[in-house]
Design a protein around this ligand. Structure first.
Ligand code: NAD
Length: 347
């Protein structure tokens, strides 16, 4: 575990086990150098405890990079609640988790993630104020979707030299909170859509509302399109899917899209432009962080829209310095975080 923390650069790992509610939770604090660490709370099944720890560590680092590149005064963290196999009282479990968060004294601010919903955040709020995405704050997904949409526009402009999305063909994997809204925005902008989801009802809705074509989930990688927009699962750029890809751009919301760093290098070799996931999907984090610091909705929207400009700048730098976009993004995020380190020690 310590080896994993060291190679990942994680500052702290907190555990909580409460037999009364069945809570088994892990909070990975990747960094607080830029400010309180912020990041979502997952509530899903894990095969074993190690898998849960690995997930928390991996995702916490992504949150640090995301916050740093978005210029937010926060470090990154992630919480994982292991979903109990037997019956449990959801409200009680979430309230107990709130106590766990509260005990960290503001070092960590929690938020919604896979498997948690606004009502869970409301329960957590009964035990701590270090929580966002409550009923008063709202769902971050539309902001994530807006950032992805702006990111797709910037990527199409850079790679295909097209200033409009009219007629641009986008394949979308996953039509949940983010993917469906991205589909709506793209359709509105005149893009042509091919979609997939394991939930047929969502596919049918997109066919009906956005004139989308559809394929089965395993066919999405081979769709001959301009842009592939992954909005479902992580690790979908891997040894199996890479040879199937027939797109010029990958730009979507899913976290941890590259199964390994080498898959980013292979995308560069295959001349496929990759929008680093933690940069293009930062809209939700920007929303929750700025809401938390009481900024108004116009300022928040403006900052989310800037994701397009940040991506353009990154693409230009990567082209000039002949580096892979994903490697340059990692490097820039690490530089920003370590500069905060210098600032802290000087202070
Ligand atoms: P969601 O759970 O609402 O939607 C995911 C969708 O993917 C669902 O419709 C699900 O049926 C579908 N799906 C699952 N497995 C699939 C498969 N094998 N093939 C095709 N579709 C499949 O999640 P979301 O909130 O829309 O988030 C989507 C992704 O974006 C996740 O990876 C999430 O971590 C990431 N993300 C979300 C936000 C946010 O604000 N919601 C922010 C940053 C990153």
């Amino acid at each position: 575990m310590f080896k994993q923390m060291e190679s990942n650069g994680t500052q702290r790992l907190h555990f909580c086990h409460d037999p009364e509610t069945g809570l088994k939770a892990i909070i990975a604090i990747h960094s607080t150098l830029r400010g309180p660490a912020i990041g979502g709370c997952r509530f899903i099944h894990y095969n074993n405890d190690d898998a849960a720890i690995t997930d928390a560590l991996r995702l916490a680092r992504g949150m640090s990079y995301k916050a740093a590149l978005a210029g937010l005064p926060h470090g990154g963290a992630k919480a994982v609640i292991i979903k109990p196999e037997s019956d449990f009282n959801r409200a009680g479990l979430m309230q107990r988790f709130g106590q766990f968060v509260d005990g960290l004294g503001g070092e960590y601010i929690t938020a919604m993630d896979s498997g948690t919903q606004i009502s869970d955040m409301d329960q957590i709020q009964k035990s701590t104020s270090f929580v966002t995405c409550t009923q008063n704050t709202g769902d971050p997904s539309p902001h994530t979707a807006l950032g992805v949409f702006e990111g797709i526009k910037a990527s199409v402009r850079f790679k295909l030299n097209r200033s409009s999305l009219k007629g641009v063909h986008v394949s979308i994997q996953g039509l949940g909170h983010v993917g469906y809204e991205v589909a709506r925005l793209l359709h509105q902008a005149g893009a042509k859509l091919t979609v997939t989801d394991i939930d047929q009802a969502r596919v049918t809705q997109c066919e009906k509302n956005f004139n989308a074509a559809s394929v089965s989930p395993d066919q999405i990688y081979a769709v001959d399109a301009d842009v592939f927009c992954p909005c479902g699962l992580g690790a979908i750029i891997n040894d199996t899917t890479l040879p199937q890809l027939r797109v010029s751009i990958i730009a979507g919301s899913a976290n941890n899209q590259l199964a390994e760093e080498k898959h980013g290098d292979l995308l560069t070799t295959q001349d496929i432009l990759y929008a680093p996931d933690y940069l293009i999907n930062a809209g939700g984090l920007i929303f929750v962080a700025l809401q938390y610091s009481k900024q108004n909705s116009r300022e928040i929207r403006q900052k989310v829209i800037q994701i397009g400009d940040s991506l353009t700048q990154l693409y230009q730098n990567a082209a000039q310095t002949k580096q892979g976009v994903h490697r340059l993004a990692n490097h820039q995020a690490e530089q920003i975080i370590s500069a905060s380190n210098d600032f802290n020690s000087a202070a």
